[in-house]
Ligand binder design. Structure first.
Ligand SMILES: Cc1cc2nc3c(=O)[nH]c(=O)nc-3n(C[C@H](O)[C@H](O)[C@H](O)COP(=O)(O)OP(=O)(O)OC[C@H]3O[C@@H](n4cnc5c(N)ncnc54)[C@H](O)[C@@H]3O)c2cc1C
Length: 416
């Protein structure tokens, strides 16, 4: 069986690894010169950076497993920390290394800047939604959900709303409560304490998955066609033609706007949210008290300490920051960071269509299409999650596994 995977982001890579491991003849087409898609590294002014700061969670089970499959040790390349939400206005919630759910109860109880009544109310609310398996009767905005739950105090402002923006890349006033609840289910609501851990990359994104996956795929006989943008897919009864080349099946693993261009019948017409990452380089000795701080500002949301004096400030979702030019952004962020020191160097990277907008009741296309030779993969097809690396990887594994299952058994002839 010959399969074409179109798109070399984390979804396409996952699909290609799954297929190749099951000895399916796989060709991966990637329009860019490098793999990784929306989670890739790049070189700017001679420095290795990411197209955007990414944060992983211990709950990213399949992503971590995929890294191991291609020979990467996630514990080496990711800085694993117990979750702490700290901001520059005195709020702090730190989860201790206790078994779940004790760690959450203890963390809530010890939260700084929150009254006891609110802590107890929140613990009871968490217990209630856990009992309902994090299923809402109907979807609504996160803001409406928090209102209904009486979550209107400090924890809303310093915990839930920042977590919503971080996880869904859209403010609580527009975000889907069900998708946020799903994220809570697999992190704070998980029975595995490690699921809540923060995993901050120690290396650039290319080294986390795209480069080792490419090496693994090549070593295992898959074909990688970098810099080859697919222009046309012709679906037939006997085969599918990808730019005139014949395959048995195709997995379309591009972002939704690109999938639509190739297959206009796919229901993937979304709105999108931007993300900007502002890198600020200070002297080598510059250090944040914890590697992830919530800025809770008008401009930036989170700042990550990348080590050696490099900070990555994250600006998520639509906002006034979009109208500021790069120098203005830098100045606004220095104010929010409350740093008097001038950065030695800075770089702003804007991704206009970073993620689809995870709004309430969003309709997402099924991964199996009406044509048996065409499957979809990509973060937007993993309808349980907002746009995340884990959703992308799971979608790719699912598409790859479903085709690999259909492939005839490999026959081994043993000569004695
Ligand atoms: C700045 C930023 C920050 C983010 N932060 C986080 C985070 O902290 N945590 C998290 O979990 N997620 C985060 N995300 C989301 C995450 O990066 C995405 O959900 C994930 O990378 C999507 O992967 P994908 O494979 O589905 O799609 P993509 O990464 O979009 O991959 C699709 C690939 O298809 C290729 N392609 C398109 N058209 C064609 C064609 N015609 N022929 C061949 N190739 C084609 C593209 O070049 C691309 O490489 C962030 C995203 C951005 C942009």
């Amino acid at each position: 069986m010959k399969v074409a995977v179109i798109g070399g982001g984390w979804a396409g890579l996952a699909a290609a690894v799954e297929l190749t491991e099951k000895q399916v003849e796989t060709t991966l087409f990637e329009a860019g010169r490098q793999l990784g898609g929306r989670a890739r590294s790049l070189t700017s002014d001679g420095r290795r950076l990411d197209n955007g700061q990414h944060i992983l969670l211990g709950a990213y089970r399949e992503t971590l497993a995929l890294m191991r499959r291609v020979g990467v040790d996630p514990e080496q390349l990711l800085d694993r920390r117990c979750l702490q939400v700290i901001d520059n206005q005195g709020f702090r919630l730190a989860l201790p290394k206790l078994p779940a759910p004790l760690h959450l109860a203890w963390g809530l109880l010890g939260a700084r800047g929150v009254g006891l009544r609110e802590k107890v109310g929140t613990a009871l609310w968490m217990a209630r939604i856990k009992n309902r398996h994090f299923r809402l009767q109907h979807d609504m905005t996160v803001a409406e959900w928090l209102d209904q739950a009486g979550q209107t105090g400090t924890l809303r402002q310093h915990l839930w709303e920042p977590l919503c923006l971080a996880a869904l890349n859209i403010p609580a006033a527009r975000a889907s409560a069900q998708l946020f609840a799903n994220v809570l289910r697999d992190s704070l609501g998980s029975n595995q304490r490690a699921a809540t851990d923060l995993l901050l990359p120690r290396v650039d994104l290319g080294q986390l998955l795209p480069q080792p996956a490419a090496a693994w795929l090549t070593a295992h006989g898959a074909r990688l066609r970098l810099g080859q943008r697919v222009r046309q897919i012709d679906l037939g009864e006997q085969c599918v033609m990808v730019d005139g080349e014949s395959f048995d099946h195709v997995i379309l693993a591009t972002a939704p706007q690109h999938a639509l261009r190739l297959c206009p019948e796919i229901a993937a017409d979304f709105d999108y949210e931007p993300i900007a990452t502002v890198y600020l380089q200070f002297g080598q000795q510059f250090k944040l008290p914890f590697p992830l701080i919530n800025l809770n500002g008008n401009c930036g949301q989170w700042v990550v300490d990348r080590g050696n004096g490099l900070l990555a400030c994250i600006l998520s979702g639509h906002g006034e920051w979009e109208s500021l030019h790069d120098d203005q952004l830098g100045t606004a962020l220095l104010g929010e960071l409350n740093v008097a020191e001038k950065p030695l160097w800075k770089k702003v990277i804007r991704e206009q269509r970073a993620t689809f907008s995870s709004t309430p009741g969003l309709s997402r296309p099924p991964w199996a299409t009406t044509h048996r030779r065409l499957l979809l993969a990509g973060d937007y097809t993993w309808s349980d999650y907002p746009a995340t690396l884990e959703g992308a990887v799971r979608s790719g594994l699912r598409a790859g596994a479903s085709l690999a299952k259909a492939a005839p058994e490999q026959v081994k002839i043993i000569v004695v």
